[in-house]
Design a protein around this ligand. Structure first.
Ligand SMILES: [Zn+2]
Length: 532
């Protein structure tokens, strides 16, 4: 995710990066029972039953109600229809999962909407609602290791999340012609029942039906052409690679679309709302060009297609929805496109287990902006780093980015000081080890999860250096580091802030003539803008 820099320069954007707060700590005792559903009334040995109850949270202490315990989802099949005129969503979610222990009861996350019925492997199950929890009692005990499918039929008017103090609006956001669906950190529950936490990834099938004339977009690739009948059009999308729930989308509305491939042959898809029609070819071209470039720096692109979508609903930020970054109501500059596409490696393929490690997503994607600036012949990563280090009053010095705070998750420190941590690491271990580290990181953890400890351990192993102090200084300590430290091997380099660091891939533009940069960097880093 990245906020939209309304009037700033490429690569040194520091506008308020959005934050959210844990807000859905539902208590099971507070919910209202669905009238049509029976009470959940387990029977049997009390201790055994307690062990067989899936927890209402997946175990993230910062977001205790997010996700659920007791099972692991492998696949979501979402068959949904949406009518913008009355904002009505209806459909069926089939959730395939494996029990992690015996289950007599488990939870899904679902906010609002009316549940019409729940089936487990075809048999009716009892359920009840409790805040954003959908509590399900299977018709029989599910054994540890058993695979089962929960089919939830539901309908209603989705309501986006608006209650976070400074995140703005997210989740399923109705628009004048459809919906803009961007769910980080926990907005998937606004439109489908799920294990809504990044530590449970799954593949997805989407069968989306909308009024004829509208386009429904989702992650992955179209499976066959859209089918129109009786005034409705159905789009089938498939994301065959594991995906966290906050990256799922069903953005829909009036869109112009363009399909094709990148120069390196990867399927590429762009879509723009009518207000941004003039941007369609540019988004298509830049998304392909940047994806291809990152694949030379970070390693093979992890998914089956790339692209980008500009909708006309102004959220003020972009989100890296898997295979289809979404730009909420603004023309993205190259820097933001570079950021969101870098997330396909950092955050989408290699995902965090706990929100406190968010710098592994945002610090890396922000550092990718610096690399893109350097690639374009604008400010070098070294210059951007040095400029930021000179900002003595920056709020990043009082917020160590290695531990994202739940009430200020998307603080700019997680982005900018996180990126600085990576550059300091690059200075310390050198370019060869640093870029080997990035490639090894995305290869070793592809489609999975990783932690900050994992990254530190890999950096130390590949470099052969003890990096405790460096990471402690940049990620976990308050205060502006005295940098470079005396004796630092990279000191001579850092003393030359204009020095260009050689990337392992050729600097020459890989695909023809240089593209005009919409907002070229021509000024030195400037003081942090106020947060929005
Ligand atoms: Zn981001």
């Amino acid at each position: 995710m990245r906020s939209w820099p309304a009037a700033t320069t490429m690569s040194i954007t520091v506008l308020g990066l959005l934050a959210c707060s844990a807000s859905n700590g539902a208590s099971l005792s507070q919910g209202q029972r669905t009238p049509a559903a029976g009470a959940v009334r387990p029977t049997g040995d009390a201790a055994s039953l307690k062990e067989a109850v899936g927890a209402p949270g997946i175990g993230d202490p910062d977001f205790p109600a997010d996700g659920n315990g007791g099972y692991d989802v492998s696949h979501y099949s979402l068959k949904l229809s949406y009518t913008p005129a009355n904002k009505h969503l209806a459909g069926v979610a089939a959730i395939s999962a494996t029990a992690l222990h015996d289950l007599v009861r488990f939870n899904l996350d679902l906010s609002g909407l009316h549940v019409d019925g729940v089936l487990i492997d075809g048999e009716p199950a009892e359920f009840q609602r409790s805040g954003s929890e959908l509590v399900v009692k299977p018709p029989r005990r599910i054994g540890k290791g058993e695979k089962f499918t929960t089919r939830v039929t539901y309908s209603g008017t989705p309501k986006p999340v608006r209650d976070s103090s400074n995140l703005g609006i997210y989740g399923f956001v109705p628009t004048s012609d459809g919906a803009f669906v961007v769910c980080e950190p926990n907005g998937a529950k606004t439109w489908f029942p799920s294990n809504d936490h990044p530590s449970d990834k799954a593949t997805f099938d989407f069968e989306l039906t909308v009024p004829e004339g509208l386009t429904a977009l989702a992650n992955g690739e179209l499976v066959g052409g859209p089918v129109t009948a009786e005034g409705k059009t159905t789009f089938l999308w498939r994301e065959r690679h594991p995906m966290v729930t906050y990256l799922a989308t069903m953005t829909l509305g009036e869109f112009a679309t363009r399909t094709g491939t990148t120069d390196r042959g990867l399927p590429n898809f762009a879509a723009t709302a009518p207000r941004f029609d003039g941007q369609l070819d540019r988004v298509f071209r830049l998304s392909g060009e940047i994806t291809d470039y990152w694949s030379t720096i970070f390693g093979p692109y992890p998914f089956s297609s790339t692209g980008g979508v500009i909708d006309d609903f102004h959220t003020g930020y972009a989100l890296e929805n898997q295979t289809k970054p979404m730009y909420g109501g603004f023309i993205p500059d190259e820097s933001i496109i570079a950021h969101e596409l870098a997330h396909q490696w950092f955050g989408n393929s290699v995902s965090i287990k706990r929100w406190k490690d968010l710098w592994l997503n945002e610090g890396f994607a922000t550092y990718a902006e610096w690399l893109w600036s350097e690639h374009r012949g604008l400010l070098t990563a070294e210059q951007i780093f040095t400029g930021r280090l000179s900002m003595v009053d920056s709020p990043v010095w009082s917020y160590p980015p290695g531990r994202a705070k739940p009430d200020d998750l998307f603080h700019e420190s997680v982005y900018n000081r996180g990126a600085m941590a990576l550059h300091a690491l690059r200075q310390r271990i050198g370019d060869a080890a640093f870029f080997t580290l990035l490639r090894t990181w995305v290869r070793d953890h592809a489609y999975g999860h990783a932690t900050t400890d994992d990254f530190v351990a890999l950096a130390e192993r590949l470099s052969g250096k003890n990096l405790d102090r460096l990471f402690d200084t940049w990620l976990f300590k308050q205060g502006r580091p005295r940098w470079p430290e005396r004796g630092d091997a990279a000191r001579s380099r850092a003393d030359r802030p204009g020095a260009r660091i050689t990337l392992p891939a050729p600097h020459a533009h890989p695909h023809g003539p240089r593209t005009a940069v919409p907002q070229p960097v021509s000024s030195p880093p400037r003081p942090e803008a106020s947060r929005t």
